[in-house]
Design a protein around this ligand. Structure first.
Ligand code: ZN
Length: 264
């Protein structure tokens, strides 16, 4: 006998029951139902996986790594030669020989610094201030001589050689640690007060320079309130050329060179 079979997973197969061959009458109808069931299963599968099928094959890189190339690193900016730091912790390793220009007859400074100082001296003069250079570029050999002389002075006062060496370094920079070797530093006084001591700070010339040097790219290198940072006593006569932009920022922020290099 022919028996109508609603195929459940059989999908139109022939079934043998008790020796009777049961043909599937509505084979076509069953096939459609089967397709519908398959579609439902596929829809459900897609639904459970968040609607968007994710495709991950061995050719695709894992997310978050290597998808975008690393940005090309910025090249290190060239160090600004006018910001060179010379102190006891950063001694010059070799004698510097910058291209020099003469200022006030016998003193030499690095060319750009020399032009800036010439301009500053001229403007000061117009305002009735007379500025007098008493030291500028010094080759390292001169620094060595100055330092040794200072050591001998202390030995003459009864200091041991070791103590004299330490004491001398507080007055004259050890060879290799003086800014004067860079050609960027000048000691500037005024005809009526030429002694290098704190009293110079009270002169009109010192006050004028403290207030105006930055307009010419110079800074008061060893201020009174920065002695702990610079390691050098207050020197109201020692000016250092760093360039216009840096000098103005240092002045605005009341930073000495060590602070400026650490903060800028
Ligand atoms: Zn000096």
């Amino acid at each position: 006998m022919l028996q109508r079979v609603t195929s459940l997973g059989g999908c139109g197969k022939i079934r043998v029951t008790g020796g009777n061959v049961v043909m599937l009458l509505n084979w076509q109808h069953g096939y459609r139902r089967c397709l519908a069931l398959l579609s439902l299963v596929i829809l459900l599968a897609v639904g459970f996986s968040g609607c968007t099928p994710t495709v991950q094959g061995p050719d695709l890189p894992p997310k978050g790594t290597g998808e975008t190339p690393d940005p090309t690193p910025e090249p290190e900016p060239e160090p600004d030669p006018y910001l060179i730091l010379v102190n006891a912790d950063n001694p010059l390793t070799e004698d510097m020989e910058p291209s020099l220009k003469t200022v006030q007859g016998q003193f030499k400074l690095e060319e750009e610094a020399a032009d800036a100082l010439i301009a500053m001296i001229a403007v000061a003069k117009e305002e009735g201030i007379s500025l007098l250079i008493c030291s500028a570029y010094r080759p390292n050999s001169t620094q060595e001589r100055l330092y040794k002389n200072q050591v001998q002075k202390f030995v003459g006062r009864g200091y041991s050689e070791a103590d004299a060496a330490v004491a001398a370094a507080s007055v004259v920079a050890r060879p290799g640690t003086s800014e004067h070797n860079t050609g960027l530093a000048a000691d500037i006084v005024t005809p009526s007060y030429q002694t290098l001591n704190e009293g110079f700070a009270e002169t009109t010339a010192a006050k004028w320079m403290a207030a105006n040097a930055h307009y010419y790219g110079f800074v008061l290198r060893y201020p009174k309130d920065k002695q702990e940072t610079t390691g050098i006593i207050f020197e109201p006569w020692h000016f250092r050329y760093v360039g216009l932009e840096h000098a103005q920022k240092m002045q605005e922020n009341n930073w000495c060179l060590e602070e400026y290099l650490a903060n800028r």
